[in-house]
Structures are given as structure tokens and as C-alpha cells.
Design a protein. Structure first.
Length: 176
């Protein structure tokens, strides 16, 4: 390293020589990301995360209604006749937890499946009841491909055939 006042600094970097050839790095395309046409209610209090998730889901073909918090989500659900196939919700939010939102939404829309998204550690999630068996959870940070795959898994999971709920029907385990 050499440094001169007013002229800057120069670094010498030594890289060992090798006789091995590097494999050509080409983008790997294993399979197309899953696509869909279902309707999703997306609830995320971080506007940047919500915008990114909404964009990824719309590019995958889903119809997305967004809400910045659970109270707005409940209001959106009341004001539309849209049948939400999936609720994608953050777990820990101001005003109401994602779990409580899912419970309240299921009173009106029992057919709506739920995918929880969280960046919190397991002990924090345990307090919100989201570590119960059968709960669909996606950890933040999340990649676009992981979001698309997990949404598709939850939508295609057991009980994905649409039927009108009968009185006394129990909710499947992956619904809250």
C-alpha cells in the first residue's frame, strides 16, 4: 500500500494463480416460478415490504388487495364482495396481531386461507400463537421466489377444493 497526501492511496492485491478452469456462470433456471389467479388480501405495516410483496404477487398473476394494518384490512373486507382465497399477513403489527386479524376475518370469510409472514424470532412468535402445528409461516427476509412458492403451497394445500362451509365445519389446521 502506498499513500500520498492529496494524491490518494494505492493498494496491491495479490491473487494466487491456479491451473483450474472456472465453470461458466450462467443464470440457472430450474423451473418457472408458480403462478396463480386467486385473490389475496395482503396486510403488512411496512410500506416498502408491502409494495414489494404486492408487486411480486401481481406479477405472478394474483389479484391483490393491500392494507397497511389489520383495521384497514377488515374495512377492505367489509367493503368488497371479493372472495379472498388467501390472507397474507404480518404477525406482529400495531393495533392488532395478524393472528387476531385472521380470526376476525374468518368469522365472515371462513374459506380464506392464511399465510403468516414474520421477521421475529421464535420466542416472540410463540407469544402470538403462530408456532402452533399446521400454521403456514414464511420468515422474513423473503425472496420473490420463496413468496410465490409458499403462497402456491398454501393455496394448493389440503382442503384446497372450494366448498361452502357448513355450520359446525371445523377450520383446517392451516387457517387461523
Amino acid at each position: 500500500m502506498t499513500s500520498s497526501l492529496g494524491k490518494g492511496t494505492a493498494f496491491d492485491i495479490y491473487i494466487p494463480r491456479t491451473e483450474q478452469r472456472l465453470a461458466t456462470l450462467a443464470p440457472q433456471r430450474t423451473m418457472h416460478e408458480p403462478r396463480g389467479s386467486e385473490s389475496i388480501l395482503l396486510v403488512e405495516d411496512d410500506s416498502q415490504v408491502r409494495t414489494l410483496m404486492m408487486s411480486v404477487l401481481r406479477q405472478a398473476g394474483y389479484r391483490v388487495v393491500e392494507a397497511a394494518d389489520p383495521l384497514e384490512a377488515l374495512k377492505q373486507a367489509e367493503q368488497t364482495s371479493e372472495v379472498f382465497d388467501l390472507l397474507v399477513t404480518d404477525v406482529v403489527m400495531p393495533k392488532m396481531s395478524g393472528r387476531e386479524l385472521a380470526r376476525r376475518l374468518s368469522e365472515r370469510r371462513a374459506q380464506t386461507r392464511v399465510l403468516y409472514v414474520s421477521g421475529y424470532a421464535e420466542d416472540a412468535l410463540g407469544h402470538h400463537g403462530v408456532l402452533d402445528p399446521g400454521i403456514a409461516l414464511l420468515r422474513k427476509p423473503v425472496t420473490p421466489g420463496a413468496l410465490q412458492r409458499r403462497v402456491r403451497e398454501v393455496l394448493d394445500g389440503p382442503g384446497s377444493e372450494r366448498k361452502a362451509p357448513s355450520p359446525g365445519d371445523e377450520q383446517p389446521a392451516n387457517r387461523a
